[in-house]
Design a protein around this ligand. Structure first.
Ligand code: PEP
Ligand code: MN
Length: 464
């Protein structure tokens, strides 16, 4: 009798060649499923050419790095580490400059140091960087002064300029997204492996930023760290481990043609990995259980995330776990909750409890941004720093009460002194937003607000 092959390969033990072949075969199953938020590409022939080219370009990340991150996320799910994931809502090609990338990396490194020092916990650093070039939109079109054009969907798809040609989706932009991701990741690797991220540079990361109360506080902490390191050096300590840091890339896996073309069979294991980033997440608008996004992500071996909004039920969460992490592989699945400051204390407890009581383990991460967006009186899409922090505090309170693990933060931030979110120590007001509002999509915390958040969270983590 023929042995019956399972429908889907066992992702936790992908060694059997038959199972691996099945996984690989299913990589195009999404094409027959409903796929939300895909751009209406006007020219399918060009799309086919582009995806064929993308399928042959070198991977941006190595599957082994994805496994390493998965192992670290498993630690975070157990409360032995903390995830810090941050970057732009939407990266742009124009902003892929050395200065902007460096400022973002420095900001994340500074936040990580503040968190590590306050909580004595390793911090896993993941950028919303090197691939965050596409956005889901609530409406397919945008109307200005009676003129209706396709909505801006991110630099991988069309141009922000409000003009018919610029807004027409162009598949060739996918190639530019790949190459810009590649250049960005190259600089990230150079900075974080080439000495710049050495903990002995802890003061250096503060240089070049406007002096603010948060910076001054950072400077004081950096002095403490210096002293500790001099002590270690005097004791003959080995600094090799402090010389480099692991810094991972992530983006929303939204554009299925792009994500599929950058999915490859790992030569070590014979299983598929998405090699466009270390970590991919499925957005709140594209996490339909029978949809294309969940299907494609269920077949790659990267660590993955799913955004969960306030309407998520326990059944939804458990069904997502069944689809995306059937074997309960440590570090595989992260739930990024984005409930809003006004809802988190009501809706998060039931969800976390339901997952816990079903005996499932995921990494719970707080996105305090996307449930707190509103339009200000002057017409800017903004967020109040106060609301953002209230959601973060709610996240910790809920997990503390349930005895579960608040495992990380997912934040939209930039290293520049933009004025996009209200409040913080600088007390940015509605009238200030116009001064330096640069985001083409959602408002980001600026450098000072990001550091402030890190200090507030480190206090909470430190008292756990
Ligand atoms: C985002 O992270 O920019 C985003 C669109 O989030 P969500 O899917 O949670 O709305
Ligand atoms: Mn966003």
């Amino acid at each position: 009798m023929e042995p019956t092959l399972p429908n889907r390969a066992d992702p936790a033990s992908p060694a059997s060649p038959g199972a691996a072949a099945l996984l690989a075969e299913g990589l195009d199953a999404w094409r027959d499923l409903p796929a939300a938020q895909q751009p209406p590409w006007p020219d399918q022939a060009v799309l086919a050419e582009v995806t064929a080219e993308l399928a042959s370009v070198p991977p941006l990340v190595f599957a082994g790095e994805c496994d390493q991150l998965k192992g670290q996320l498993a630690q975070a799910a157990r409360g032995e580490a903390f995830l810090l994931q941050g970057g732009d809502c939407a990266e742009t090609f124009a902003d892929a400059t050395a200065d902007r990338i460096r400022n973002k990396i420095k900001t994340i490194l500074q936040m990580a140091v503040v968190l590590t020092y306050g909580a004595s916990l390793p911090v896993i650093k993941v950028g919303r960087m090197a691939g965050q070039y596409s956005k889901p939109r609530s409406s397919g079109t945008e109307t200005r002064a009676g003129v209706e054009l396709p909505a801006y969907r991110g630099d991988a798809i069309n141009d922000y300029e409000f003009e018919a040609g610029a807004r027409t989706p162009d598949p060739r932009r996918l190639l530019k997204a790949y190459h810009t991701s590649s250049a960005t990741l190259n600089l990230i690797r150079a900075f974080t492996k080439g000495g710049f991220a050495d903990l002995r540079q802890v003061h250096e990361w503060n240089r070049g930023f406007t002096s603010t109360p948060a910076n001054a506080r950072y400077e004081a902490l950096a002095k403490d760290i210096d002293r500790a390191m001099r002590f270690m050096a005097a004791c003959g300590g080995d600094f090799e481990a402090l010389r480099t840091v692991d810094f991972y890339s992530s983006h929303e896996a939204l554009l299925l043609d792009y994500e599929r073309a950058l999915t490859r069979i790992d030569s070590r294991t014979g299983t598929p990995y998405n090699v466009s980033a270390h970590f991919l997440w499925i957005g709140e608008r594209t996490r339909q259980l029978d949809g294309a996004h969940v299907d494609l992500m269920s077949r790659v071996r990267n660590p993955i995330g799913v955004k969960l909004g306030p309407a998520t039920t326990v059944d939804d969460a458990l069904a997502l776990i069944d689809r995306l992490d059937p074997q309960g592989e440590p570090g595989r699945l992260t739930f990024v909750t984005r409930m809003g400051a006004g809802r988190i204390r009501d809706v998060l407890p039931g969800l976390v409890e339901g997952v816990r009581d079903a005996g499932r383990t995921v990494l719970w991460v707080c996105d305090p941004m996307h449930g707190n967006t509103f339009e200000s009186a002057s017409g800017y899409k903004t967020r109040r720093f106060e609301d953002v922090m209230s959601e973060v505090r709610g996240f910790f309170e809920v997990h503390q009460a349930l005895g579960t693990v608040p495992g990380g933060l997912h934040v939209e931030l930039t290293g520049d002194d933009v004025t996009e979110c209200l409040g913080g120590a600088e007390k940015i007001e509605d009238g200030d937003l116009a001064t330096r509002y640069e985001s083409l999509c959602d408002p980001r915390l600026n450098h000072q607000q990001s550091l402030e958040m890190a200090f507030l969270v480190s206090q909470t983590l430190g008292t756990r």
